[in-house]
Unconditional design. Structure first.
Length: 112
């Protein structure tokens, strides 16, 4: 599995390298044609900026709502843990493992 992943990543980087090397030549060829026609390139228009602003606003609102939801869940879990936790004055005694071990030894000695 590791070998296939490594081969895939190396081939992907090789393709990316070739694309980056040819990118300046493509930009020069398209730049001359677009300037002659007077057409506006879609990436140079204001549409991508407007989409970016709208997407950032939506993402910001969504993340804030998610944060509030996570905080509400955290508060409810904290309240539940407070109810489950024993009170200080009515504290349960801790388990004494030495006493349990001694009782088991006495039980085994009595059976033998």
């Amino acid at each position: 599995m590791f070998i296939f992943t490594s081969i895939f990543m190396v081939s992907l980087s090789a393709v990316l390298y070739l694309v980056v090397r040819t990118l300046p030549r493509i930009a020069e060829e398209q730049g001359g044609e677009a300037a002659g026609h007077g057409a506006v390139h879609p990436l140079r228009s204001h549409i991508p900026e407007k989409i970016d602003v709208a997407l950032n606003g939506f993402l910001l609102k969504s993340l804030r709502k998610l944060k509030v939801l996570v905080l509400k869940i955290d508060n409810s879990l904290s309240r539940h843990l407070q109810r489950v936790k024993p009170e200080e004055n009515g504290k349960k005694p801790s388990i004494d493992f030495k006493e349990i071990a001694e009782q088991n030894k006495e039980g085994q000695n009595g059976n033998a």
